[in-house]
Design a protein around this ligand. Sequence first.
Ligand SMILES: Cc1ncc(COP(=O)(O)O)c(C=O)c1O
Length: 395
Amino acid sequence: MIRELLKYANMPGAVSFGGGTPDPETFPRHQLAELAREIIENEYRYTLQYATTEGDPELIKQVLILLKRVYGLDGFSPENVLITVGSQQALELVGKVLLDPGDCVIVGDPEYLGALSAFRMRDARFLVVKFEKDGPDLNQVEAHLKRMQKENQLHRVKFIYIVSNFQNPSGITTSVEKRKALVELAEKYDVLIVEDDPYGVLRFRGEHIPPIMSFGGIDRVILLNTFSKILCPGLRIGIVVADKQIIRKLVLAKQGTDLCSPSLTMRLAARYLERYDILEQIKPAIELYRKKKETMIEALREEFSDVADIDWTDPDGGLFIWTTLPDVDTMELFKFAEQRKVFYIPGEAFKPYEEPSSSMRMSFCLPTFEQIREGVHRLKLAYMDYVEAKGLKCR
Ligand SMILES: Cc1ncc(COP(=O)(O)O)c(C=O)c1O
């Protein structure tokens, strides 16, 4: 659906807030080019050969160091880690290993579309909980679990999926209190948590929050991460951190999928992490995203100053703003936006079950500052066109 919607997003003069892809100017291309030559010439016995399914030991070593630096997570061994082809593959493998047809997953509304499609492939049923300003509605989480318990179906609830920081699509971060409470619920009803955190490092305001895994431990939580947003997505490197038994099952599933992740990109990432401090290197990109986000919020404030009902999230990091226009079906608005050559992703795409949405995902990472201002201006014009065509009142 999204591919279809964004078909014209690259046409000349268009402004797209659609894609969630990082700004290519932030990719360390010169360092990677130099390292790529070195590792092909000097380490060809590894880099041009099959790898083990678990992943490059050199990369896993670096991942364990990063887990400590980024999350304060310590004491894991290489057997707790699996390298995947992007965290999208990790989601697919988690679905393969944990879900039988008809099993349930607790997901948010809205929710990361790639996770929904990975779990849909396993015929999962979604138990949907509203995503509030500070994370999932925990009353709804417990209500689902209680109901399933009452119906003797609790064993069908396999895990709670959550993007803990700057969620894709809403930009919302789950608070510390909710992280702890979610773990308590998971323990009480004995379900796993799958914590997906591609954006946590991209924080441009406020303090880092400990991951859910730090409260639930490795027995309760499977942590997914990726180098896509902090290094570059083209390497296709994802990370799973989990209990050894779960990793073993994921490894078996991965063997049946692709034997191993690419040796070349795994070793490239490993040597990059060895030679450069990725957390220092990423700082200019974070600053760029902060400025772009500010520009988008300012533009929304200016352009929509006469629309009382509009609401948007103001994330402390990540790549997305979630804008809501009550009374508007953003799928219908899309046609008007297309006419004005501005693109976004309608909220409907992030609904676990198909239903209209009055929200939209606006990504600020790729457009220039000028395009952000111009795009928001066009969005306002499209909104006015929509209001007029529908005979609505601009509130
Ligand atoms: C929440 C979330 N999980 C997983 C992914 C997949 O990332 P990748 O496969 O590039 O590692 C994305 C990509 O946008 C994402 O937003």
